[in-house]
Each structure stands twice: as C-alpha cells, then as structure tokens.
Design a protein around this ligand. Structure first.
Ligand SMILES: Nc1ncnc2c1ncn2[C@@H]1O[C@H](COP(=O)(O)OP(=O)(O)OP(=O)(O)O)[C@@H](O)[C@H]1O
Ligand SMILES: [Zn+2]
Length: 435
C-alpha cells in the first residue's frame, strides 16, 4: 500500500472537518440527537416499559427477566443497508437498551426498495443518522449511537468492546473477516447475514463452543468471484427476511433462549422449501484465530488479505490504457458523423429491457467467447475493422474485459466506452435511465 503524504492527510482532514460541520447542522436541524453515553442499566422495568412490551412479557419463556436483559444489553449493527435496516428496526422496537449503528454511506433512492428504515425525505443523509431517527420514532427510549464511518482495523476494537453482541449487516468480505476477528479477540457473539439475488444465509459465529467465520472460511474467495448486489441484483424482501432473522438470533442470544448449537441457515426464495438448516461442527482446533494455537492475535489489514475493500460501490477497473477507451462524448461524435461501426453491448440480455441504444449488438460477456462469430459476421458483411468496434456495458468494467477477449479472437483495436451507459446518461443523453 502506498503511504499518504502530509498534504494528502491535510486535505483529508479538511474534508472531514467540512463534513462534520454539515452533519452537525443536519443533526441540529433534525432536533433528534443521540442520547449521551454512558448508557445506564436498570434494576427493573418501568410501567411504560411493561405497557410497551406487554405482548412479549406474557410469552412463556420470555417474561420480565428476558425483557430486562434486552433493556440492559447493547448491540452493534454494522451496516444500515438491506440487512441492517430491518434488523435495527426490530431490535430498537423490541427493547434493546443500547443500539450502535455503523455506516459510512448516505441514503440513495436506489436503496429504498429494501433498506426500509430510510425514506425518500432522507436521501443524502448518513444512513446511521437516518436509522437513528427511524428507531427513535418507534422507541424514543432506545439509546442509539450512530457511527458515521467505515469500520476498519483502526476503529473496530474500540467500538466493539462496548457492546455485548455484533450484527454483521455489511456486504463485503473484508468487513466479514474484520468483524469476525474483532469479535473473537473480544469474545463477542457475531450474528452474520448475507443476501444476494433471491438467496440469503444466516449464522451465529463465536457463540459458546461454535465456530467462527474463519473456521469455515480460512481463506477469502478471489475478489472476482464475490457477487455484489449492485452487479447481481437483490429482491428487496430477501435481505428483509435475513435481517429480521438476525434480529431474532440476537434477541435469543441476549435473552439466553438460543439453543447454542451452531447451524447455518440457507434461504432460497424460489425453492421449496424456502428454508434449509445445516448443523455446523464446533470450532476448529487449527483455526488461525479461535483455534488452540492462534497465529492471528490482533487485527490485520483486511483489504490486503481479501484483495478488496469495504466499499463495494463504484469499483472501477483499469484494465485498458487511455488509447483503448473513448468517452461517451467521443462516441456520440462517432454517431453524429455516421461512421460505420459496431456498438457491442456486453450486458446480460435482461438488462436491455431497462435501456439500450437500439443500434447496438448484444452479446453478454459470459457468452462472448462462444458467440464471437456473430460479431465477426457483421464486421465482415459491413467491412468494419477492429478499430471501429466499440464496447459498452453498465459502468465500464465488463466492457474493458470484453475488449481483451476480442483481442484473443483476433479483433484488434476495439475500444470501450469509459463509464459505460452511466457516463452516457450523465454526459450525453440525460433522458437515458440510470440503474
Ligand atoms: N466496513 C463497513 N463499515 C460500515 N458500514 C459498512 C461497511 N461495509 C459495508 N457497510 C455498509 O453496509 C451496508 C450494506 O448495505 P447493502 O448490502 O444493502 O448495499 P448498499 O451498499 O447500500 O447498496 P448497493 O450495493 O446497491 O450499492 C451499506 O450501507 C454499506 O455502507
Ligand atoms: Zn475459528
């Protein structure tokens, strides 16, 4: 990793100060400030508590004792997105005394189909603050602590040490290992969830003699094999289901109702049955962090370990050099001058329904090797050379890989549209949909 210069740090520092000012004014405007620490535990429920949680109090095996345990406990939710939104709502509504919410991101319209804790009016607001306001609207006595930064090796131990349990509601492998290791080192149970497309998973790690995440996954998967919601899509209800189950598992662990047997739950919305559970073995003796002779005794650099960072947005690959790429405006000039060319759209066919340029040829990148003949035929029929082939996708990542694939098939000189249709919609045709 390249180290930062003093000037870089100064600039970062100025930007952070600026940002803090904006956030402080948002908070002041919102008239809804976090309750100040320290968070006080209580010896008994109040009458308003008894009124509010009456339906839980009369539950066999729950009663006043479990509710009081919730009231005196603290849970840290990392990520206020698709999983964290429902988890935070139910944990806040259900009576957890102190709820920490960590998220560096801000609310975007594309979050709202699944991140139900946020609203249209909260666009642009830090998610942790928006979540705090939503929880306070349901339960004003919940002690919410928003953390408006990304959790990493420099801050994880310090934040997590003050909580009884951690809910991993993030979307990336680096944070998964980070939270796992911090929870093992601090002896905290970790309720971990994930959701992608129509499927989700749920496990409680590091609880009683159960395994940790590293016991099951000693090495991270290659970054290019990790699916992201922003690339693969996710049906909004799916993280909703898993996030609510994360809240449930957290409440069971805190109240002492969790059976403790380690298990792995798989949810597949399109299968029958939709839920399957597999038993897990106890922790592994040879695990690098929770085993008998741990080799990891403090947090490491998880971005380096996983080959990818916590921010899964705007991942822009630089596979091609500047001469192998054209801007959206340059491509528009090709259209305006009527130059004979092929525009190869390498997105999955389904996405053509959302938007497309009608003159484009669609061959999804996964099929490009076996369908290359279709492109070659058109080039031959219309006497088009490699340098007049332009490749486009949604954001300009796959299109670069596709240019390299074309070279392997002897089509030299093709170029991709930098920033894909996103840039096209921003720079050339603002009526073109962005998704
Ligand atoms: N290390 C981290 N620290 C704090 N928050 C994190 C960290 N890693 C991920 N998150 C947050 O976890 C949330 C995960 O939410 P979700 O999976 O629904 O995706 P998203 O990032 O909001 O949206 P999209 O994937 O569509 O861009 C995000 O709000 C993200 O900012
Ligand atoms: Zn382990």
């Amino acid at each position: 990793m390249q180290s930062k210069t003093i000037e870089d740090l100064q600039l970062e520092n100025d930007a952070l100060r600026q940002r803090i000012k904006v956030l402080e004014s948002q908070l002041a405007e919102s008239n809804d400030t976090p309750l100040q620490d320290p968070f006080e535990t209580v010896a008994a429920l109040t009458n308003p508590d008894i009124r509010r949680f009456g339906r839980q109090l009369i539950l066999p095996r729950w009663g006043k004792a479990s509710q009081l345990k919730l009231r005196n406990s603290s849970v840290l939710i990392v990520g206020a997105g698709g999983l964290g939104a429902p988890a935070a709502l139910y944990l806040g509504a259900g009576g957890i005394g102190r709820l920490g919410i960590v998220d560096h991101d801000e609310v975007d319209i594309g979050n709202l189909h699944r991140q139900v804790i946020h609203t249209e009016a909260k666009q642009g607001m830090p998610k942790a603050l928006s979540a705090m306001k939503a929880i306070h609207a349901i339960n004003s006595s919940c002690h919410v602590v928003p953390y408006l930064f990304s959790m990493d090796s420099s801050n994880a131990m310090d934040v997590i040490k003050d909580y009884d349990l951690v809910v991993d509601a993030t979307d990336n492998v680096a944070t998964r290992y980070l939270l796992n290791d911090a929870c093992v080192l601090l002896g905290k149970p970790l309720v971990s969830g994930s959701a992608l497309r129509y499927d989700g998973q749920l496990t409680v790690y590091n609880y009683q003699q159960g395994p940790c995440y590293r016991c099951l996954h000693p090495v991270p998967p290659p970054p290019e094999t990790v699916g992201r919601c922003s690339d693969n899509g996710v049906l909004g209800v799916v993280p909703g289901v898993i996030g609510i189950l994360q809240a449930l598992e957290a409440m069971k662990v805190i109240s002492g109702l969790h059976p403790g047997e380690p298990s792995f739950l798989i949810f597949s919305a399109l299968s029958n049955p939709m839920f399957r559970t597999m038993k897990l073995r106890s922790k592994k003796k040879e695990c690098a962090i929770c085993g008998d002779n741990p080799t990891i005794t403090k947090l490491i650099d998880y971005v380096e370990f996983c080959g990818a960072g916590a921010d899964d947005k705007n991942i822009t690959q630089s596979v091609l050099g500047p001469n192998e790429r054209v801007s959206a405006t340059e491509y528009n000039h090709v259209l305006e001058t009527n130059r004979a060319h092929v525009l190869l759209d390498v997105r999955p066919a389904l996405q053509l329904d959302i938007c497309n340029l009608p003159h484009s040829l669609n061959i999804p990148i996964d099929e490009l090797d076996k369908r290359i003949g279709e492109l070659q035929d058109i080039m031959k029929q219309q006497s088009i050379e490699g340098k007049d082939v332009y490749v486009v996708c949604r954001l300009g990542n796959d299109s670069q890989l596709a240019v390299r694939m074309l070279e392997k098939h002897g089509i030299q000189g093709a170029r991709d549209l930098t920033g894909g249709y996103y840039q096209w919609a921003t720079d050339v045709d603002t009526s073109f949909p962005i998704y």
